[in-house]
Design a protein around this ligand. Structure first.
Ligand code: HEM
Length: 363
C-alpha cells in the first residue's frame, strides 16, 4: 500500500459526493475547521466529541420535518413507529424486536444464507469475467432484508423497491421550491415497498430501507477503495480483515450526514444550541474519513470507527451485520486481487454511492 494508491482510492471515492451532492460537500468541507459552527438556524457539527455530545446530550425532536425520523415517518406512514422517530418505551420495544435477528446468533444465521450467494456472485472472476459489485450488493442486501423480516420477497425486487422508497423521500426533502408531485411520488414508492413485502407495519419497511440503502452504498465503495489502495493483502489475512472492514466502513461513512433538530437548549462543541435549531451532524468528519486513510495495521480504533453508525440510544442496530457482511465480501474477493473496471455514480440514490462498479481479477 502506497500513499499514491491511497490517494487514487480517495479520488475515486470523492466522485460519489461530487456527482450527487456537490454543494453540500463543498459547504461541509469549507466549514470543518471548527468542531461546531452556526450558520443562521443551523449548527454544523464536525468533530468526534461534539458529534457524540449532539447525539447523547441534546434533546432531539425526532419527528421534525427534514430529520431522518421526520422523513421516514412521513414516507412510511402506517401502523406503528419507525424507530428513528421514536423515544422511550415504544422505541425500546422496537429495538427489542430487532435484537434477536441482528445480534451475534442472528447474524450467524444470516451469514449461512449470504455465503453461498457471495461465492456464486464472485465466481465469474475465476473465468476472467467482470462482476458488478453494485448488483451483487443489491442481491445480498435484498436477501438479508427479506430473511430478517421473514418475507418471501425476491431479493432484487425488494432491493429495488427499498432504494426507490428512500430516493423518493430524499427528493421530496431537497432544498428549494416544492416539487410538484414529490409527495405523491414518495407515497407511491412506499406503497410499492409495502406491496413487495406483502404488508406489515411501518417498522418492517423502515428496516428494509435502512438495510438495503446502506449496504448498497457501502459495499461497492469499500471494495473500490480496497482495490485502488492495494489492500487485498490485508483482506486476505484473517487476523487483519475485521479491522480492515471497520476501517473501510469508517472512510466511506455510508450515511455521511445525520440531519437532526434540537428539542431543547444545550451546547455542542462549545457552540450554544437552542430548541428548534437544525443540526447537521457530519459522521464522515467525526470519524476522520476525510483525513486518515484506512489501514487494518494501524486502525483509527473502534471508538472512532463506530461513529459512522451514530451514538447513544439510536445507534445503528445493524452495525454488526454490516461489518460481518463486508468482511465476508472482502474475503470472497481477496483471492482474485480484483481491480476496478467501469464505474458510474448513482445520482438518484438516497446515499452517495455507485450505480455500477465492475471489478475483474488482476491479470
Ligand atoms: C454501512 C452500513 C450502515 C451504516 C453506516 C448505518 C448507519 C446508521 C446511522 C448513522 C444510524 C443513526 C444512528 C443515530 O441516530 O445515532 C442508523 C440507524 C439505524 N440503522 Fe443503520 N447503518 C448501516 C447498516 C444498517 C443495516 C444493515 C441495518 C439492518 C437492519 C440497519 C438498520 C438501522 C435501523 C433500524 C436504524 C434506526 C435505529 C434507531 O433509531 O433506534 N442499518 N444506521
Amino acid at each position: 500500500m502506497t500513499s499514491t494508491a491511497q490517494a487514487r482510492a480517495r479520488r475515486r471515492d470523492r466522485r460519489v459526493y461530487l456527482r450527487s451532492h456537490p454543494l453540500l460537500f463543498g459547504l461541509l468541507a469549507a466549514t470543518r475547521g471548527r468542531a461546531a459552527r452556526r450558520i443562521g438556524g443551523t449548527v454544523l457539527v464536525h468533530d468526534a466529541a461534539a458529534y457524540r455530545e449532539a447525539l447523547t446530550g441534546i434533546p432531539l425532536d425526532r419527528t421534525a420535518a427534514g430529520t431522518t425520523g421526520g422523513a421516514a415517518r412521513e414516507a412510511l406512514r402506517g401502523a406503528g413507529g419507525v424507530l428513528f422517530d421514536q423515544e422511550g418505551g415504544g422505541h425500546r420495544a422496537g429495538r427489542r424486536s430487532l435484537a434477536e435477528g441482528l445480534g451475534a446468533a442472528g447474524v450467524e444465521e444470516l451469514r449461512a444464507l449470504w455465503r453461498p450467494l457471495l461465492l456464486r456472485g464472485v465466481a465469474p472472476l475465476g473465468r476472467g469475467a467482470e462482476v458488478d459489485v453494485v448488483a451483487l450488493a443489491r442481491e445480498l442486501a435484498g436477501s438479508v432484508a427479506a430473511a430478517l423480516l421473514g418475507r418471501a420477497a425476491g431479493p432484487l425486487v425488494l432491493a429495488e423497491a427499498a432504494s426507490a422508497a428512500a430516493a423518493a423521500s430524499v427528493r421530496g426533502h431537497l432544498p428549494g421550491p416544492p416539487r410538484p408531485g414529490a409527495a405523491a411520488g414518495t407515497a407511491r414508492a412506499a406503497e410499492r415497498l409495502r406491496g413487495v413485502l406483502g404488508g406489515g407495519d411501518a417498522l418492517d419497511a423502515m428496516v428494509a430501507v435502512a438495510a438495503v440503502n446502506t449496504t448498497v452504498a457501502a459495499v461497492p465503495r469499500a471494495v473500490a477503495w480496497c482495490a485502488d489502495a492495494g489492500l487485498w493483502g490485508q483482506a486476505a489475512d484473517a487476523g487483519l480483515r475485521p479491522r480492515l472492514a471497520q476501517e473501510l466502513l469508517r472512510v466511506t461513512a455510508a450515511s455521511p450526514v445525520l440531519p437532526r433538530v434540537a428539542a431543547g437548549a444545550g451546547s455542542v462543541g462549545g457552540c450554544p444550541v437552542r430548541g428548534g435549531d437544525r443540526l447537521l451532524l457530519v459522521a464522515r468528519h467525526a470519524a476522520g474519513a476525510h483525513r486518515r486513510d484506512p489501514d487494518g495495521r494501524d486502525p483509527a480504533g473502534a471508538g472512532v470507527a463506530r461513529l459512522v453508525f451514530g451514538a447513544g440510544p439510536h445507534v445503528c442496530p445493524g452495525a454488526r451485520l454490516a461489518t460481518v457482511l463486508l468482511e465476508d465480501v472482502l474475503e470472497a474477493l481477496a483471492g482474485y486481487r480484483p481491480v476496478v473496471g467501469r464505474c458510474r455514480v448513482d445520482r438518484r440514490a438516497a446515499l452517495p454511492g455507485w450505480r455500477v462498479l465492475t471489478v475483474r481479477a488482476a491479470s
